[in-house]
Design a protein around this ligand. Structure first.
Ligand SMILES: C[S@@+](CC[C@H](N)C(=O)[O-])C[C@H]1O[C@@H](n2cnc3c(N)ncnc32)[C@H](O)[C@@H]1O
Length: 281
């Protein structure tokens, strides 16, 4: 019987107890701030079953034992397997319109350099979309730099390579595609690579938002979209406070459309389109 049909029958390939699930939830929460509830049980099973198969173990008991034994390498794979990395170029496109039409022109009047952080950048589509928007809209003689970070080391490596399956850029207007992407040939057929001009203004790093942050320079803009949705309200409050500390006065915070700052943090006010805020204190 195939693995799929076994699961459909509720007959799992690997035994997965309530106690295994509880331990996994605790480790993920303690390390990454990500809250997993009962509704995420099947997702956890299927993502970690791949690791168990790969390691040729026999059960979640064995897998939890391995994690508990302090196997650092597997702990990284474990966290990478749990994170949800869904993203796309120009996701929530109104954010990039607002950046182009309002935020960048205003900043260019006041300063020579624009400093942006894409926190939870996944495979890089977000910071590259920010980079295209900045470079297309900053005034001559001005510059921009983007720090792009994520907890998941696999996605950071992908983002840093700047190489994507060609269908990832299907929705991008042709004039942008021509300007910012190069189509792969021969072995790279079916892939595109971002232009070095975009790549060189972005620094990619692995960073857990739950840990201390090494950055000292303040940011004009922080994008943290579709990340805090996985965190508890208490964790969100602490995180928004830390973002306020790292933003210049009046600095902008972009969050995801299903995320909400009201009743969580009083450090920001809504400005512009949905889910764009600026720091008020
Ligand atoms: C759904 S993706 C969002 C990607 C992008 N910001 C967007 O909106 O398209 C969420 C990302 O948050 C990252 N993430 C989750 N917990 C994190 C943490 N504690 N520290 C840093 N990144 C985290 C995940 O690895 C994942 O890549």
């Amino acid at each position: 019987m195939s693995n799929q049909s076994k699961q459909a029958l509720g007959d799992r390939e690997f035994s997965f107890t309530e106690s295994n699930f509880k331990k996994i939830c605790k480790w993920v929460f303690d390390y990454a701030g990500i809250e997993l509830n009962e509704g995420k049980k099947e997702l956890v099973y299927s993502r970690l079953a791949r690791r168990i198969r790969h390691l040729q173990l026999n059960s979640f008991d064995e897998y939890c034992g391995l994690l508990k034994s302090g196997d650092d390498e597997e702990f990284v794979n474990f966290i990478n397997a749990i994170t949800t990395n869904l993203t796309s170029f120009f996701r929530e496109s109104h954010h990039f319109d607002y950046l182009a039409d309002s935020v960048v022109p205003n900043l260019c009047q006041r300063q020579n350099k624009i400093n942006v952080w894409s926190a939870g950048c996944s495979t890089g589509e977000e910071p590259y979309s920010i980079a295209m928007t900045l470079l297309e809209n900053i005034l001559p003689g001005k510059s921009a730099s983007i720090l792009a970070t994520d907890l998941d080391s696999n996605v950071v490596a992908k983002a840093s390579s700047g190489i994507y399956p060609a269908n990832r850029i299907d929705g991008i207007p042709q004039h942008k595609v021509k300007k910012w992407f190069k189509k792969g040939r021969r072995k790279q057929e079916g892939y595109v690579k971002v232009s070095p001009d975009l790549r060189k203004i972005i620094e990619f790093n692995q960073l857990n938002l739950m840990n201390s942050w090494p950055m000292t320079e303040k940011f004009d803009i922080i994008f943290c979209r579709n990340v805090v949705i996985y965190f508890s309200k208490e964790t969100q409050k602490v995180l928004f406070d830390r973002y306020a500390e790292l933003l210049v006065d009046g600095g902008h915070l972009f969050i995801g459309h299903s995320e909400n700052i009201f009743k969580v943090s009083d450090r920001f006010d809504r400005i512009g389109p949905n889910s764009v805020y600026h720091k008020i204190k």
